[in-house]
Ligand binder design. Structure first.
Ligand SMILES: Cc1cc2nc3c(=O)[nH]c(=O)nc-3n(C[C@H](O)[C@H](O)[C@H](O)COP(=O)(O)OP(=O)(O)OC[C@H]3O[C@@H](n4cnc5c(N)ncnc54)[C@H](O)[C@@H]3O)c2cc1C
Length: 479
C-alpha cells in the first residue's frame, strides 16, 4: 500500500501520554499506518526532575531532549505546532506553528494527549508571568523558580529570615505530589547550605490532610499493622518543622501576600517572601466543530475543558462514586476514532473528599493523572487504535480503578544523604466492590522512606530518558 493510502493516526501532544502512544504505535502499526505527532516546543520534558531544576540541583538541559530526531527514527512525521480546532466529522485538525502559519492535518484516528492548560488566571495574582508566585510546571517556570529561590537564599545568608510558602494555588488544584517534592527538596537544600534555621517553611494545600495527594491517601500493610501515608507525611513535616495549612485554597495573591479560604474557618491572609504554588489544571483550549462549522466543544468536553471519554459523568455524591465510573478505553462516546489520554481526558470525579468553606468555596484536590498513569493510558490508546486499524473493536482497557501507581517522592536528590518516599497503590481509584475494607489491595500497596528511594528516583530519570528517546531495548522498560 502506498504511504498516502495508509490509515492516518494523528497524536496531539508529545508528553507522557502522547509520546508513549507514539512509541507503541511504532511497533504496533509499523508499515500499516502513517503517524503524525503535533506538539509545540520541539522538546520532551521529563517533569519529575523539574523539582531539582527549581532548587538548582539539576540543569534544565538534563530534563529535556529534542523530539524531531526521535520521530525521524520511528518514521513518523513531527509537526512543531499547536492544535487549535478539531473537526471530528470531517476528520481534520487545524494547527498553528510558532510563526503563525496555519494548516489542516487530516486523520483517520486521533489521540488527544495535550496535557494541562496551566490556569494561572483562575487565581488572581498567581504565577510567574503576570503574578507574584513561582511554579515548577514547565522548564521556564522551574528556571524562574530557581532564580527566585536563590535570591531568597541570598537574603537568608544576610541574616534575613524568610517565609517560603509551597503547595497549590487554587482550591481545586491537583499535582500536590510535585509540590510536596519541591517543599522537601527545598528543606534538604537549605539544610545542606546550613540555612534551614533561617527559613519558615509552610505547606499550603487543598488536601483534607497531609499525605492525601489527591488520591484519598494511601495505606499499606507492614509487619502485621496498617500504616498510613497521612501518618508518614505528618511525621516528616514534624521532623522538618514544616507548618501546614490544610484544606486551604488560595483565592488571591498580591506582592508578598496571599489570601486563602480554609474549611471550617474564615478567609485569611498570609505574608510570604517566596511562594511556589501549583495552579489549577484545565483542559488545553481546543475548539471542536461539526460538519456545518457549529461549535460542539460543549458536547465534546466538560466545562473544565477536559475531553469526555467512556466514563460515567452522571452527577453523584462522594459516597456514590464507583470504580466502574472510570474510563476503560479512553474513547470519545461521540466519535469512535477519537481518544483522549493523560491529563487531557475528563476524570468523572475527584478521588479525594472535598468540602465547602464557610465562604462557600469548594476546596477539593482534583484527581491526579500522574506520569505513570498517563503513560499507561497512552499505551492503551495506541493498542486500541491498532485494534481498529486491524478491523477489530478496541480490546484494551486501563481504568484508574484497575491500574497500579508507583510514586517516588524525592526529599533530597543526593545519592549520599538524599531521601525519598516510595508509594505504591493498587489500584489508584479505590474499588470498594473488589476490596471492601480499604478499596485497595493492601498486600500490594507500599509506603517507605529512605535513601534507596533517592537512588530509585535518579534511576527512573536515567532509564526513562533512555526509553523515551527510543534507544535500544526501550520496549523492555515498562510505563
Ligand atoms: C514538577 C512536576 C513533577 C512531577 N513529578 C511526577 C512524578 O514524580 N511522577 C509522576 O508519575 N508524575 C509526575 N508529574 C506529573 C506528570 O508530569 C504528568 O502526569 C504528565 O506529564 C501528564 O502527561 P500528559 O501527556 O497528559 O501531559 P504532558 O506531559 O504535559 O504533555 C502534554 C503535551 O501536549 C503538548 N500540547 C499542549 N498544548 C497543545 C496543543 N494545543 N496542541 C498540541 N500539543 C499540545 C505539550 O507541549 C506536551 O507535549 C509531575 C508534574 C510536575 C509538574
Amino acid at each position: 500500500m502506498s504511504a498516502s493510502a495508509l490509515p492516518r493516526v494523528l497524536i496531539l501532544g508529545a508528553g507522557f501520554a502522547g509520546h508513549t502512544a507514539a512509541l507503541h504505535l511504532s511497533h504496533l502499526v509499523k508499515g500499516k499506518a502513517a503517524v503524525t505527532v503535533v506538539a509545540p516546543g520541539n522538546r520532551f520534558t521529563w517533569f519529575p526532575s523539574l523539582i531539582w531544576v527549581g532548587t538548582g540541583t539539576m540543569s534544565e538541559e538534563a530534563v529535556q531532549f529534542e523530539l524531531a530526531p526521535v520521530y525521524e527514527k520511528l518514521g513518523f512525521e513531527y509537526v512543531n505546532a499547536r492544535a487549535q480546532t478539531i473537526a471530528p466529522d470531517d476528520r481534520w485538525v487545524e494547527v498553528q506553528a510558532a510563526d503563525g502559519q496555519q494548516r489542516r492535518i487530516a486523520y483517520d484516528y486521533l489521540i488527544n494527549a495535550t496535557g494541562p492548560y496551566l490556569n494561572f488566571e483562575g487565581t488572581p495574582g498567581l504565577g510567574p508571568a503576570a503574578g507574584h508566585t513561582q511554579s515548577v510546571c514547565s522548564v521556564d517556570h522551574a528556571v524562574a523558580a530557581r532564580a527566585a529561590y536563590i535570591e531568597s537564599v541570598a537574603r537568608m545568608r544576610k541574616g534575613q529570615r524568610q517565609r517560603l510558602v509551597i503547595g497549590v494555588g487554587h482550591p481545586a488544584a491537583t499535582c500536590e505530589g510535585a509540590a510536596f517534592e519541591y517543599l522537601m527538596n527545598v528543606d534538604a537544600d537549605l539544610r545542606n547550605r546550613g540555612l534551614r534555621d533561617q527559613a519558615d517553611l509552610i505547606w499550603l494545600s487543598n488536601e483534607p490532610e497531609p499525605g492525601d495527594f489527591g488520591v484519598d491517601g494511601v495505606e499499606a500493610r507492614k509487619h502485621g499493622a496498617v500504616v498510613t501515608g497521612a501518618a508518614l507525611v505528618r511525621g516528616l513535616f514534624d521532623e522538618s518543622h514544616v507548618r501546614t495549612l490544610m484544606a486551604a485554597g488560595v483565592t488571591n495573591v498580591e506582592s508578598g501576600r496571599l489570601t486563602y479560604d480554609q474549611i471550617g474557618v474564615d478567609p485569611a491572609t498570609l505574608d510570604f517572601d517566596f511562594a511556589m504554588l501549583i495552579p489549577q489544571f484545565r483542559g488545553v483550549p481546543l475548539k471542536y466543530i461539526d460538519k456545518q462549522g457549529a461549535d460542539i466543544t460543549g458536547a465534546m468536553t466538560l466545562p473544565s475543558g477536559f475531553m469526555r471519554v467512556d466514563a460515567d459523568y452522571a452527577s453523584k455524591t462522594y459516597d456514590e462514586y464507583r470504580a466502574a465510573d472510570w474510563p476503560a478505553t479512553y474513547r470519545s462516546p461521540l466519535y469512535s476514532n477519537v481518544y483522549a489520554v493523560g491529563i487531557a481526558f475528563a476524570p468523572p470525579h475527584p478521588l479525594s473528599k472535598g468540602k465547602k468553606s464557610n465562604a462557600g468555596t469548594a476546596i477539593v484536590a482534583t484527581a491526579p493523572r500522574t506520569g505513570m498513569a498517563s503513560g499507561i493510558m497512552g499505551r492503551t490508546a495506541a493498542y486500541n487504535v491498532a485494534d481498529q486499524i486491524g478491523g477489530r473493536e478496541p480490546t484494551h482497557h486501563a481504568r484508574m480503578s484497575e491500574m497500579p501507581a508507583a510514586c517516588i517522592a524525592s526529599m533530597g536528590q543526593s545519592l549520599w544523604n538524599g531521601s525519598a518516599a516510595s508509594i505504591v497503590m493498587v489500584p489508584v481509584a479505590r474499588d470498594f466492590e473488589r476490596y471492601p475494607t480499604y478499596g485497595r489491595d493492601l498486600n500490594l500497596c507500599d509506603l517507605d522512606v529512605g535513601l534507596a528511594g533517592a537512588w530509585t528516583k535518579r534511576l527512573l530519570h536515567e532509564t526513562f530518558m533512555w526509553k523515551l528517546q527510543a534507544k535500544p531495548g526501550w520496549r523492555m522498560i515498562p510505563e
